[in-house]
Design a protein. Structure first.
Length: 187
């Protein structure tokens, strides 16, 4: 049976639960095509089956931040996903902040190890700095999923280099994440 990967493209196209903005770009618009590219790679491999939280760029989940998060988790849990990967962009006061990082509910855990593999491969492919994996117990998508869940901050939307790399090369990020998933799940 194929390994089921639930890809959550963080945030909605507009409120409720819209994402960060920077350099004239919106988080939800950057993570959407990266998720689509990642799903295509996974679905092309018979070892995997992928599902998107936002199958279209206009898909809106929920009527508030809390219902948006709950619906994403409920969909992944009901589908029986083996892994949950939530895609986001980071933001900082300083435009110099750069790189990719990830979060899992606990360490050691399958999610933490998966995140380490994803970050290592993604930073090899994109050239962005690997800022590491961290434990975050307060994030809903990490607390409430019935499977290992990782939240990946792909890059900083507030950093022009990171932001335009995400905008102009979504396939790079998708490829790096894909390689990390393959490394972790298939060895």
């Amino acid at each position: 049976m194929a390994i089921r990967i639930y890809i959550d493209q963080g945030h909605n196209p507009q409120n409720p639960n819209a994402g960060a903005e920077g350099n004239g770009l919106r988080e939800q618009d950057l993570v959407y095509p990266i998720g689509v590219e990642l799903a295509a790679r996974l679905n092309a491999n018979p070892e995997f089956e992928a599902r998107l939280s936002r199958p279209t760029p206009t898909t809106t989940l929920g009527t508030s931040n809390s219902t948006s998060l709950r619906l994403r988790v409920q969909d992944a849990n009901a589908w029986g996903a083996d892994y949950f990967i939530s895609l986001h962009t980071n933001a900082a006061e300083s435009a110099a902040a750069s790189g990719s990082e990830g979060f899992a509910f606990s360490r050691p855990s399958a999610a933490f190890s998966l995140g380490e593999d994803i970050l290592r491969r993604m930073t090899e492919v994109t050239g962005l700095r690997n800022r590491g994996m961290f434990v975050r117990t307060n994030l809903y998508v990490l607390r409430k999923t019935a499977m290992p869940a990782v939240l990946i901050e792909l890059g900083f939307i507030t950093n022009p280099g990171d932001a335009f790399l995400m905008r102009d090369n979504p396939a790079l990020f998708a490829e790096g994440i894909y390689q990390g998933i393959v490394e972790y799940t298939l060895g």
